[in-house]
Design a protein. Structure first.
Length: 151
């Protein structure tokens, strides 16, 4: 099984322990489960850029470099496959297929699709609009729907 984890879930995993404790527990639990199973966890280079930008937007310059370094250390302490930026041709071929409210998230859906991911883990509900191509679930929805596989 291949699982694409979108940035909104990773932001909670990396920075949400205090402000989003319920969601943090969900995504933390999911990472614990995935670590012990034969699941390919995939993110894209776009995700790394978005995490970087989140840090720039939310932390003072005095601590920014260290926060970025520590967030990437935490992220990569997990078995994660990073997929590259999409080729121009891939974006052109697939952009009309994946019509979404937030067009900046098209790259995540296209990356998940071209890499054969079974599901996208996200807290962004607008990913539901492309469910005919790739299902999307919150971490807790995914855990509940795949209990027999994951446990």
């Amino acid at each position: 099984m291949k699982v694409y984890i979108e940035t909104s879930s990773l932001i909670i995993f990396l920075f949400g322990k205090e402000k989003e404790p319920i969601k943090y527990h969900e995504i933390f639990s999911l990472f614990k489960i995935l670590k012990s199973k034969n699941v390919d966890v995939i993110i894209s280079f776009y995700t790394l850029h978005e995490i970087f930008n989140f840090c720039v937007d939310n932390f003072p310059p005095k601590v920014l470099d260290e926060v970025i370094r520590l967030s990437f250390l935490k992220l990569f302490s997990n078995k994660i496959i990073v997929k590259p930026l999409l080729k121009r041709e891939e974006r052109i071929i697939h952009k009309n297929k994946f019509v979404m409210e937030d067009s900046t998230d098209q790259v995540h859906v296209i990356t998940a699709f071209v890499n054969g991911c079974d599901v996208i883990i996200t807290y962004d509900s607008h990913f539901k609009t492309v469910k005919q191509f790739v299902n999307s679930y919150t971490p807790s929805e995914f855990i509940n729907k795949t209990k027999s596989f994951l446990y």
